[in-house]
Design a protein around this ligand. Structure first.
Ligand SMILES: [Zn+2]
Length: 198
């Protein structure tokens, strides 16, 4: 990882943009894979500034020529006239354009991705709240079923009722029934005190 960090460092990118421009662009973009969100604008901004600094002599030279300012800046003609300067100026223009494009592209990509992740988390949130609601609904349903079951089992429990009319012991299901002996209606009266059932 340290090697990757070094390979994607700003000086290396600057050198690569000079000697191997396509590789320089690739490494420039690969930097975002290594660094992620950290120092997001640093590389393009530094590279754009370096490019602009390199273009200062040419800018001054052009200004002098076009507006006939007659400025005498020391070494300006020597710099402009040197063998290396045209190459450096071309490099600076290229690097500046690359830096600006990378800045724009990565900025757009980042806002797109953060928008996407925002939507995603929103989606995830609504999914989880829906899931929770469903779980609550199921729990309520199960509770109801259990209560219902308890109720029906209570209703279906046979009760022994002594007929008030003829004195015959009847076993009825539920709370009401008919005496098997005298056909009179009989009722089971629930006794709340548990000591009755033994
Ligand atoms: Zn009876």
């Amino acid at each position: 990882m340290k090697v990757m960090k070094f390979l994607c460092s700003i000086p290396v990118i600057l050198l690569l943009l000079y000697f191997l421009p396509p590789l320089g662009v690739i490494v420039f973009l690969a930097r975002y894979l290594v660094n992620g969100q950290r120092h997001f604008f640093r590389a393009p901004v530094v590279i754009a500034i370096v490019s602009l600094v390199l273009l200062i002599p040419q800018g001054l030279h052009l200004a002098n020529q076009n507006f006939s300012l007659g400025l005498s800046i020391p070494f300006l003609n020597e710099i402009i006239g040197s063998d290396i300067y045209p190459k450096l100026a071309d490099y600076a223009k290229f690097s500046f354009i690359v830096a600006i494009i990378v800045l724009i592209v990565t900025y757009l990509l980042r806002s797109f991705l953060s928008g996407l992740s925002g939507k995603f988390s929103q989606l995830l949130g609504s999914y989880f709240s829906a899931k929770q609601a469903e779980e609550e609904r199921i729990a309520k349903e199960n509770d109801l079923k259990l209560k219902e079951k308890a109720l029906t089992s209570k209703q279906k429990t046979p009760h022994v009722v002594k007929c008030p009319h003829c004195g015959k012991s009847n076993s009825i299901i539920g709370t009401v029934g008919k005496c098997i002996s005298c056909r009179e209606p009989i009722e089971y009266k629930e006794v709340k005190h548990e000591n009755h059932h033994q």
